[in-house]
Design a protein around this ligand. Structure first.
Ligand SMILES: [Zn+2]
Length: 168
């Protein structure tokens, strides 16, 4: 998450080890007790996902929801877990909608750099630089001041905490 796409495949053994969860940076991210690292700031632990605000806020509100369990694909989860992860995606995205008022929400489950289930959740804004296409969240670097970061995290947490009609 967050890093530039590599130009070549990593060694096959490294890839297979990552798939098994060995040296997996996202396992480390869901186990971390520090709220912030170079890639982002933890907003909340939802039912099955840890929601993190990306450190690079070139796309305002860009978050990554990391599955608490190491699986390569969503279909490797049990049905209950799939439902939980999807609902976490919905909760997170609705909170981002409330805070950032985007014109579209993008959900990207890719995992080509790190094969541990995670979803990039990207609010899209009218006039952004990738009309009609996915946006590269690392096309430029926008780092927030600690104050602005705390404000953004707080606003998303508050939106997550608000009950929503239709939820049970
Ligand atoms: Zn992992």
């Amino acid at each position: 998450m967050g890093e530039a796409a590599p130009r070549t495949w990593m060694p096959r053994e490294r890839w297979d080890a990552l798939v098994r969860g060995e040296g997996c940076p996202l396992c480390a991210a869901v186990a971390a007790t520090e709220p912030a690292d170079a890639y982002g700031h933890t907003i909340a632990d939802l039912d099955l996902g840890r929601l993190r605000l990306a450190a690079n806020q070139f796309v305002p509100g860009y978050c990554v929801l990391i599955c608490a369990r190491h699986v390569r694909e969503p279909y490797d989860l049990s049905v209950r877990e799939r439902t939980a992860f999807f609902e976490d995606m919905m909760r997170a995205a609705r909170a981002l909608e409330a805070v950032f008022a985007p014109v579209k929400m993008n959900f990207e489950i890719l995992g080509n750099a790190v094969p541990h289930l995670h979803c990039h959740i990207k609010p899209r804004f009218y006039g952004d630089p990738a009309p009609g296409a996915p946006i590269d969240p690392d096309a430029a670097r926008v780092l927030l001041t600690p104050e602005k970061l705390a404000e953004r995290v707080g606003a998303i947490r508050a939106a997550l905490a608000r009950p929503h009609p239709g939820d049970q």
